[in-house]
Design a protein around this ligand. Sequence first.
Ligand SMILES: NC(=O)c1ccc[n+]([C@@H]2O[C@H](COP(=O)([O-])OP(=O)(O)OC[C@H]3O[C@@H](n4cnc5c(N)ncnc54)[C@H](OP(=O)(O)O)[C@@H]3O)[C@@H](O)[C@H]2O)c1
Length: 276
Amino acid sequence: MKILITGARGMLGQDLCSLLEKEHELIKYDREELDITNGKMVNKIVAKLNPDAIINCAAFTDVDGCEEKNKKALARKVNGTGPGNLAKISQKLKIPFFHYSTDYIFNGLKKDGYRESYSKIDPINAYGQTKALGEKLIKKNCKKYYILRTAWLYGKRGKNFVDTMLQLAKEHDTLKVVNDQHGKPTYTLDLAKRTKEILDKKLPFGIYHVTNEGQATWYDFAKEAFKIKGIKVKVLPCTTAEFPRPAKRPEYSALINTKMKAMRSWKKALAEYLAS
Ligand SMILES: NC(=O)c1ccc[n+]([C@@H]2O[C@H](COP(=O)([O-])OP(=O)(O)OC[C@H]3O[C@@H](n4cnc5c(N)ncnc54)[C@H](OP(=O)(O)O)[C@@H]3O)[C@@H](O)[C@H]2O)c1
């Protein structure tokens, strides 16, 4: 297949390209080649490329940045209207459109997690609001969509929580890490593999929850990374209130996958990431 990847130089985009380019013809575009917020250019460029599918990895992912007054409008364009533009051209070309969304579209009050069918989208921060808008515009503008909701991403080709913790451990003897937010850490390589599976098997269109299995807090996540690496640093659990950030975070945001085989555990995925 000829596949257009937007946001191809991001953390997920790069892993996805490495995986897919063995079997598919890829057009790897990032902001310089195709700014997804520019509806006219999207129509013109994508129509000319005439791909068989579009996979959108472009996003504004700075969760705290989204709260800043001067960045709000841009975040809304990149995460909201941009995916809407791609959905429209996908519909015109009658091709499948893949997009990534987030656990942060939910309010985090549901302790037993969120299934794909759960419909109460209720973001508690600006990033979640922009991503919820993206989902809405995709559903409105195209039929052949795959929305893959994921969470707590880390990967080799981007700034992420794991690398930040390893760096902090070099600089401090004791670290305080938040222990009252619960989610599902997910390795970008596993998300890329699942995307390929959905694409290759032509699974039914719709919403998919794609995360590694098992829940963790940021404290659990950091502790496990230090354990795997044999790093001796004192890690103390703390509350969100002790570590205030501009954006509110959901307390419980586990995404439940009811459509596909469970992915491997987050601990196994993390061990592979840290060994590589
Ligand atoms: N990271 C997470 O923890 C997480 C959690 C849940 C869901 N997700 C979702 O997963 C997807 C992939 O995330 P990621 O962490 O791989 O993102 P990322 O590393 O931030 O990459 C996003 C890419 O999109 C590009 N981009 C930004 N604005 C653009 C525009 N207007 N037109 C075209 N490209 C643009 C960025 O370029 P610049 O670098 O130049 O801005 C960057 O290369 C996103 O949809 C994200 O919302 C991420």
